[in-house]
Design a protein around this ligand. Sequence first.
Ligand SMILES: Nc1ncnc2c1ncn2[C@@H]1O[C@H](COP(=O)(O)OP(=O)(O)O)[C@@H](O)[C@H]1O
Ligand SMILES: [Mg+2]
Length: 221
Amino acid sequence: MLSLRNLQLAYPSPDGEPPARVLDVPTWAVAAGEQVALVGASGSGKTTLLNVIAGIVTPDAGEVRLDDTDIARLDEARRDRFRAAHIGYVFQSIHLLPAFTALENVALGMKFADNRAGKAHALDLLAKVGLRERARYFPRQLSAGQQQRVGIARALANRPKLALADEPTSALDARNRDAVLDLMQKLCAEIGAALIVVTHDEAVARRFPTTLRLSDINRVN
Ligand SMILES: Nc1ncnc2c1ncn2[C@@H]1O[C@H](COP(=O)(O)OP(=O)(O)O)[C@@H](O)[C@H]1O
Ligand SMILES: [Mg+2]
């Protein structure tokens, strides 16, 4: 389903030094529906890797294949469309739009949000994350845990093949952390989405059947 090959990425240095190598991943694959925790220290390149997989950052070389599509080779417009259709992203800092309600935040990226079925689907998702009664609340009226549950509903609204989560529970207490992870795992299993959760927290990693260290796949350390 997802497969990386000979992926290389370096960030330009601000002061004319040689570029700083962050990723050198000879090969990595994630199967359809697989759930993986990817663990690494702060600054080791976890966010960069997720951004490369999502097509937000373009690698210097290599392949990022989701089924038959090499995301790294698409132009920007196609990449944006491909991401919207097939990849769900749960951000560390959540990134809900403050001027829109929970329901609108979920519906905004949806393919069929402007019809009745679309609205019903968005509401159904909010119900699944336990926020049916909060659908018309704005982000500032929700706790951090509730906001991240909206973030999960939004990421899964288009039934992506692949869900990516970047330290999704780092702003949450232990109880909310477990609730958010359970939800993400259950909903991804329901729609058959593969799930990659990036974390530096061993308590998060322990909840996954497969745990991998970034240093197991990345030759830059
Ligand atoms: N846009 C950028 N420009 C230059 N360097 C960056 C940029 N983003 C990240 N880096 C550097 O790349 C390395 C990996 O960062 P990141 O992927 O955010 O790590 P992690 O998510 O594991 O903490 C760090 O050394 C960071 O300073
Ligand atoms: Mg990070």
